[in-house]
Design a protein around this ligand. Structure first.
Ligand code: GCO
Ligand code: MN
Ligand code: MN
Length: 386
């Protein structure tokens, strides 16, 4: 039970299971793994795919010979294990060149270098089969708004996205972009801080149909927001191209915990949303094992992410077929049809009829909803006593 299948599309970033456990207070605790070792570990835990930043695979200062050797060995590991590369992205945050951001940096040379680096990274991702290209603007922000005009920052972000969309079209690549919002960390404040901001921004681009979002559990939760509602908005707009699953205590630093490790109930509603609406892209885990783990425990972390998703998916099926829960939902959503003449598209007749209709306001106010009962049943189901 709870064995992952390829159609579940469980993926991990190379930077997740390969994370060496450096933090602002401490040095690495785990030795760096090669790309080949990471692919082998992911195959062992049952992942379908691996995603990478350009420099997860190829160090920023690699010689052409080193690059070719790494690519060859990586390809062999993919072929040997059957692990695929559905998504790729650019590291625009580690190198000191990006200390003031990339596409929104004040230095035009940095902005141009960021475009060049991204074009190369897109080529690399496409070479290994990526169909989704993620943009996470980790350093696209400020600590003080004294030095950067936030309107200019939006315009610079748009110019970069338009340029890179044209590049993809020009190359004839079958590639879509997914924009990932985060409120802060590593910058004090990051532009386009939520998935909702990104959705609005996308509609201002030259090729909005090529661009969707990559929401991440921890990022909305860091800001104290309801992640499932943000994902719902993206999904309803046809913009949920990818998703980053992990967990996070709201209000804390960026924790990147194992999916389902903290907020079981909100993870359940997220899985329910994805499953009820037939989400069909990668289920990507962008999480890190505890710094106290060694690699045997990192594997437990990766298996735990997958298992928690599959267990919650089973709970969703149970919720959807629980007769008491479904009866309550039917009662909650009861509709006797008497209002159907007033809903849907506007017409002058409808508006006139609605104006004439008498409502028993006091009766409306007397009706309660059994949400306590429904929530308790949900909690009991999640606690395994139903
Ligand atoms: C973070 C982000 C990153 C991105 C990754 C892919 O908080 O550090 O979530 O992990 O997802 O860079 O773009
Ligand atoms: Mn993150
Ligand atoms: Mn992420």
């Amino acid at each position: 039970m709870y064995e992952p299948k390829p159609e579940d599309k469980f993926t991990f970033g190379m930077w997740t299971v390969g994370n060496i456990g450096r933090d602002p207070f401490g040095e690495p605790v785990r030795p760096a793994l090669t790309a080949v070792q990471i692919v082998e570990m992911l195959a062992e835990v049952g992942a379908w795919g691996v995603n990478f930043h350009d420099n997860d695979l190829i160090p920023i200062d690699a010689t052409p010979a080193e690059r070719d050797k790494i690519k060859k060995e990586f390809r062999q590991a993919l072929d040997a294990t059957g692990v695929v590369v559905p998504m790729a992205t650019t590291n625009l945050f580690t190198d000191p060149a990006f200390r003031d951001g990339a596409f929104t940096a004040n230095d035009p040379k940095v902005r141009a270098y960021a475009l060049q680096k991204t074009m190369n990274a897109i080529d690399l991702g496409v070479e290994f089969g990526a169909k989704i290209y993620v943009f996470w603007g980790g350093r696209e922000g400020t600590e003080t708004d004294a030095g950067k005009d936030p309107v200019t920052a939006i315009k610079r972000s748009r110019e970069a996205m338009n340029f890179l969309c044209e590049y993809v079209i020009d190359q004839g690549y079958d590639l879509k972009f997914a924009l990932e919002a985060k409120p802060n960390e590593p910058r004090g404040d990051i532009y386009n801080a939520t998935t909702g901001n990104m959705l609005a921004f996308i509609e201002t681009l030259d090729h909005p149909q090529m661009v969707g979002v990559n929401p991440e559990v921890a990022h909305e939760q860091m800001a104290g927001l309801n992640f499932t509602h943000h994902v719902a908005q993206a999904l309803e707009a046809g913009k949920l191209f990818h998703i980053d699953l992990n967990d996070q205590v709201p209000g804390r630093y960026d924790q990147d915990f194992r999916f389902g490790a903290v907020n079981i109930k909100s993870s359940f509603f997220l899985v329910k949303l994805l499953e009820d609406y037939g989400y069909d892209s990668s289920r990507h885990f962008d999480a890190h094992a505890y710094r106290s783990s060694n690699y045997d425990d990192v594997k437990e972390f990766a298996r735990g992410c997958i298992r928690n998703y599959l267990i919650l998916r089973e709970k969703v099926a149970q919720f959807n077929s629980d007769s008491e829960i479904q009866a309550l939902l039917a009662e909650i959503n009861e509709d006797d049809g008497s209002m159907s003449g007033f809903s849907g598209a506007y017409s002058a007749q409808k508006a006139a009829a609605l104006r004439e209709h008498g409502f028993d306001r006091a009766a409306l106010g007397r009706r309660g909803q059994p949400y306590e009962r429904l929530d308790q049943l949900t909690v009991e189901l999640l606690m395994g006593v139903r």
